[in-house]
Design a protein around this ligand. Structure first.
Ligand code: SAH
Length: 250
């Protein structure tokens, strides 16, 4: 089993931004990891709060989940910056502010925990871990076997019983877990697959990046879709940059 990188960053209390040190060999720092990363994470969460992330459930989840465990050892020093990072196979881990924003959209108007949640695009598993703190059950699908397995490995330390990692084409959703209180996609396509809408519960909400416009001018934006007894209500929000939603598995 691959050893997870230790967290080498130290919080510099005199500056608003955490200064990170060059990563020493992972082996030398296998102790005291928790303390260091917790302080830097607190700093990241404080910055996100300043930018408007106020939901206490989400703040707690972001503080708890150790993002540095989800990136390769060479990138550990950047794990608490608000940036997306490569996770292999041409995919990226989402920016913390985007994970927080999408989670806020899902949790909006819901008191307590979300019920069952479907995530399309597990990637390295970071967002799935955050969601596992906000929901009763999380089903997360990944179409690339290499990443599905990486996520399983990354998530082992958390021992989350309510997170189910699935290998398959998320464009088909996952009917066995339906209906879902919330569906969240971490990859963007031209339109929301009908299967997702079918598998969303009445009263449920879907948040996904979708392409608006056509041809070269097409841009991704965040779509919020609410399913009601009368039908679906959609709103298109700010521009976003997600990897493309692809069909089939690889
Ligand atoms: N949720 C991740 C982000 C992963 S990037 C995080 O925590 O940061 C988006 C992922 O969606 C990629 O791993 C990509 O392979 C996956 N993806 C794209 N199309 C998919 C599909 N049809 N079904 C399942 N996963 C898909």
């Amino acid at each position: 089993m691959k050893e997870r990188p230790s967290f080498p960053a130290q919080l510099n209390r005199s500056s608003a931004r955490p200064k990170v040190q060059a990563a020493p060999a992972a082996k030398t720092l296998s102790h005291g990891v928790g303390l260091d990363s917790s302080a830097v994470r607190l700093n990241m969460v404080a910055r996100l709060s300043k930018q408007g992330v106020t939901d206490a459930r989400i703040v707690a989840a972001l503080q708890e989940i150790e993002r540095h465990r989800f990136v390769d050892s060479a990138l550990v020093n950047q794990a608490y910056e608000d940036t997306s990072l490569p996770i292999g196979l041409g995919q990226t881990i989402s920016k913390p502010s985007v994970v927080a924003r999408m989670a806020e959209l899902l949790c909006h108007g819901v008191s307590g925990k979300l019920g069952r949640v479907l995530e399309i695009g597990t990637g390295c598993g970071y967002q799935a871990a955050v969601l596992s703190r906000l929901a009763d059950e999380v089903y997360s699908i990944e179409r690339l076997r290499g990443l599905h397995e990486k996520a399983r490995e990354n998530l082992r330390y958390l021992r989350v019983a309510n997170l189910h990692l699935l290998f398959g084409d998320g464009m088909l959703g996952y009917a066995k877990g339906a209906p879902y209180a919330a569906i969240i996609a971490a990859a963007g396509g031209e339109a929301v697959p009908q299967a997702w809408i079918d598998q969303l519960a009445v009263g449920g909400r879907l948040v996904a990046p979708v392409l608006k416009g056509a041809g070269h001018g097409a841009q991704q934006a965040l779509l919020v879709l609410d399913k009601t007894a009368q039908g679906v209500r959609q709103s298109v929000l700010e521009s976003v940059h997600f990897v493309p939603l692809k069909s089939g598995v690889a």
